[in-house]
Design a protein around this ligand. Structure first.
Ligand code: ADP
Ligand code: MG
Length: 152
């Protein structure tokens, strides 16, 4: 199927899903995170990165634009492009090299990097639901579809 929807009653419920989801994560995925400020994009990313085995903090890359994580199994790049003025800046940072078959790229505010960033395999949309959040994952590629299958 090409969409997956989950409702999380609170942050802990979402983090528990991310922890399991991280363990079933395939390689070489580009995930775009959609949702207003405060909807939990960074929290979701933290859940995935820590679920993949990162033991330290996961800070919001609001000012650095991208934060790399070197895990035992693969590299993760966590982007927050909210403050990106021009997509060309990404070219100067050399981000094209970040998108390979053994990296995971999690991107907040991907529309700010349009034209430079690759298309998403999966779009994760976070919206308010009661006091928690609704997550809708949409697969946009074959690889994304396979991932949603693994998560379902
Ligand atoms: P974003 O990166 O989308 O701006 P954050 O991840 O920084 O959002 O989260 C903003 C706030 O929302 C934080 O205070 C966090 O604790 C809260 N939050 C995150 N996920 C959830 C959730 N699933 N349910 C309830 N609150 C959440
Ligand atoms: Mg954020």
């Amino acid at each position: 199927s090409d969409t997956l929807t989950e409702h999380f009653i609170d942050e802990d419920a979402m983090l528990a899903w991310c922890d399991l989801g991280a363990k079933k994560l395939k390689s070489g995925l580009v995930i775009h995170l959609q949702g207003d400020l405060g909807m939990g994009k960074t929290t979701w990313s933290r859940g995935i990165i820590q679920g993949m085995g990162h033991e330290g903090r996961v800070k919001s890359p609001t000012y650095t634009l991208v934060e790399p994580y070197e895990l035992s199994t693969r590299k993760v790049y966590h982007f927050d492009l909210y403050r990106l003025a021009d997509p060309e800046e990404l070219e100067f940072m050399g981000v094209r090299d970040y998108f390979t078959d053994d990296t995971l790229c999690l991107i907040e505010w991907p529309e700010k990097g349009a034209g430079v960033l690759p298309e998403a395999d999966i779009e994760v949309q976070l919206t308010q639901w009661q006091d928690g959040r609704c997550m809708t994952c949409k697969a946009l590629t074959k690889k994304g579809e396979q991932q949603l299958g693994a998560w379902s």
